[in-house]
Write a protein that binds this ligand. Structure first.
Ligand code: NAD
Ligand code: UDP
Length: 319
């Protein structure tokens, strides 16, 4: 099939593209490298296994190879530091960018898969979070550009399904980590690993009792493929993530143990409007997609640490 992946030069996007070309799909990536890196898919482009178009999806996207069968829309800054640095870009890619790609999908009669986020649940009052939960979001808070951007993207996506009958699917992705997660994007796993490998203090914001549920990237991509290629899923929303919930301080301790760093854990002031807890309710995802994460946190962190070490040794990462 012909597949368009927006944001395919990013962390999750590049793994998705790799999996798609692996099974023989014809993949075109559209990315403006705002938070991604051409190096993430350079091996595929060089080998002529995917086409890369450097473009902002808030401008109209024209595909030289004709209309796609499926559009995966992943373009958007995703880490809190990135979307705080690029708040307008974040709102525009999730609104105008989503609109452009939905129009492209409509003209092509293509399926449309939106990479949404657990952030649509905000600081949740329901725990764990099922897809039926509407969320608890501050529309003028520090995370608003991302949260409300994604909520708009979801609303627009489902509107195209209702109004035009477009085959759309929404994946609400929970915290994901692994190789190619930019070392400087400010998210907790790359931060702790970078700090540990430099023997610098591991910075926990607040008292570290806030929780997240971390999914290894290969698992996540497996779930995205199920969402994208399953039959009879038009208009459906799925949580994708790992439901093994951990306090952030426990992740710091794990990274310390796995790297063997003597560096201490230090406690810094909490982020404003910190999300206190987050865990996907995977009941619907397991029942309908038959998908479950398989890589445990310890194993995933081991693989991720090994990747960062390998990149440093090869001189590809300045820590
Ligand atoms: P990332 O920043 O590594 O990737 C995003 C990609 O989109 C980058 O390559 C970036 O250059 C590109 N991009 C941004 N704006 C663009 C624009 N206007 N035009 C074209 N390309 C643009 O982030 P990621 O972690 O890989 O996230 C991918 C998607 O998954 C995002 O939509 C994100 O919201 C969603 N998601 C990720 C996580 C996670 O834990 N990683 C969690 C929830 C949701
Ligand atoms: N965090 C932390 N130290 C860091 C980076 C993040 O304690 O160096 C915490 C952050 O406050 C949050 C959690 O780790 O509670 C996850 O943060 P991240 O930015 O990875 O993603 P979020 O889930 O907040 O979008």
């Amino acid at each position: 099939m012909k597949i368009l992946v927006s944001g395919g030069a990013g962390f999750i996007g590049s793994h998705l593209v790799e999996s798609l070309v692996e099974v023989g799909h014809e993949v075109t990536v559209v990315d403006n490298f705002l938070t991604g890196r051409p190096e993430n898919i350079a091996h595929l482009v060089r080998a002529d296994r995917c086409r890369l178009i450097e473009q902002d999806v808030t401008r109209l996207v024209k595909l030289p190879d004709g209309p796609p069968d499926v559009v995966f829309h992943l373009a958007s800054p995703a880490s809190p530091e990135d979307y705080t640095r690029y708040p307008i870009e974040t709102m525009l890619v999730n609104s105008v960018g989503t609109y452009n790609l939905l129009e492209l999908a409509r003209a092509a009669g293509a399926r449309f898969v939106l990479a949404s986020t657990s952030e649509v649940y905000g600081d949740p009052e329901v725990h764990p979070q099922p897809e039926t939960y509407w969320g608890h979001v501050n529309p003028v808070g520090p995370r608003a550009a991302y949260d409300e951007g994604k909520r708009f993207a979801e609303a627009l996506t489902v509107t195209y399904h209702r109004k035009y009958g477009l085959d759309v699917r929404i994946a609400r992705i929970f915290n994901t980590y692994g190789p190619r997660n930019r070392v400087d994007d400010g998210r907790v796993v790359p931060n702790f690993i970078r700090q540990a490998l430099r023997n610098e203090p591991l910075t926990v914001y607040g008292d570290g009792s806030q929780t997240r549920s971390f999914c290894y990237v290969s698992d996540l991509v497996g779930g995205l493929l199920k969402v994208g290629f399953g039959d009879g899923l038009a208009g459906e929303v799925f949580n994708l993530g790992n439901d093994d919930e951990r306090p952030v301080v426990e992740v710091a301790r794990l990274v310390k143990t796995l790297t063997g760093t003597p560096a201490p854990i230090v406690f810094l002031p909490p982020r404003p409007e910190e999300i206190s807890r987050r865990r996907p309710d995977l009941t619907k995802t397991r029942r309908i997609l038959g998908w479950s994460p398989t890589v445990g946190l310890e194993e995933g962190l081991r693989r991720t640490i090994a990747w960062y070490q390998q990149e440093i040794t090869a001189g590809r990462l300045a820590t």
